[in-house]
Design a protein around this ligand. Structure first.
Ligand code: AMP
Ligand code: ZN
Ligand code: FE
Ligand code: FE
Length: 266
């Protein structure tokens, strides 16, 4: 399900995402770009042409006292204008954050122009993966991963947060547009202790299957899903070539889980 396009930090356009999905035999994908719905219309149109079902979705980045959480919203009313305004605001914060991180890097004699990062993100929402790719391209690090480890990872010296959206607000935003809120890759976030409060706040699903969840972790989140009556979601979280290799098709879920999400729609 969960994939990205060039409208956030993926390197495949919506058309490329859909045709790649078709090539690897996926019947359905969820376009979950970070804080933007810009890629949904072209993905839906490409999906029609290629016979791939596209779930209109989004991945919201939320933060509370430095605790970063990603909330997925499936089957959202992506044309809602209030949602659009909120997302525009979040994308502006993403731009400011890049400027902040570039300034912090400069203090460490890592010199780059924020415009280089914006050139890479183009019309999409800008993020750390774009910045990491510029750092790598300019030879400041020997890989994209090293850019996160040395500089801009969550505990890195050049990281900047400042996202004005709490996890609870993210859940609310998705519910407001009739979407199904699901916690993205909890194993990457490591904030299990907050899950009960998110459930109370209206969380419906949890991403059990994910590229970065090894089998023991999958079992752990399967148990959590059962304990809290959460719907199970999953996906490769493919970023095209953004993370070095194309992950699409490497993590799949049975279509039955998509049907359960559909049935949960209000
Ligand atoms: P942002 O949304 O700007 O906070 O950036 C977060 C995004 O960076 C995640 O969704 C991933 O796509 C990417 N990311 C985080 N850590 C790494 C890493 N170690 N290597 C590659 N990409 C990463
Ligand atoms: Zn991403
Ligand atoms: Fe994520
Ligand atoms: Fe993602």
């Amino acid at each position: 399900m969960h994939v990205h396009t060039t409208f956030s930090d993926g390197t495949f356009s919506p058309e490329e995402v859909v045709s790649y999905a078709s090539k690897v035999g996926l019947h359905c994908i969820a376009v979950c770009d970070h804080d933007t719905v810009g890629g949904i219309r072209p993905s839906l149109e490409a999906g029609e042409r290629c016979g791939v079902e596209v779930i209109p979705a989004v991945e919201l980045t939320a933060d509370k006292n430095g605790t970063e959480i990603h909330v997925l919203g499936f089957f959202i009313d992506w044309q809602d204008s209030a949602l659009g305004q909120r997302l525009d605001e979040l994308c502006r914060q993403r731009i400011n954050r890049i400027h902040e991180m570039v300034a912090k890097l400069k203090k460490r004699r890592v010199n780059l122009d924020a415009e280089e990062v914006f050139k890479l993100s183009g019309k999409g929402s800008v993020g750390r993966l774009h910045l990491a790719r510029v750092l790598y391209k300019k030879g400041y690090t020997s890989s994209v991963d090293e850019a996160f480890r040395r500089y801009i990872g969550n505990r890195g010296p050049c990281y900047a947060g400042r996202i004005d959206l709490t996890p609870e607000e993210a859940i609310d935003e998705i519910i407001k547009v009739k979407g199904i809120p699901a916690l993205a890759h909890p194993g990457v976030m490591g904030r299990d202790r907050f899950i009960p409060s998110y459930v109370k706040h209206g969380l419906v699903g949890i991403e059990v299957y994910h590229t970065d969840h090894p089998p023991a972790m999958v079992r752990h989140y399967e148990e959590m899903a059962a304990a809290y009556s959460l719907l199970v979601t999953g996906g490769s979280d493919c970023h095209g070539l953004g993370k070095g290799r194309v992950l699409m098709g490497s993590t799949t879920v049975p279509y039955e889980l998509v049907e359960k999400l559909k049935n949960a729609r209000r």
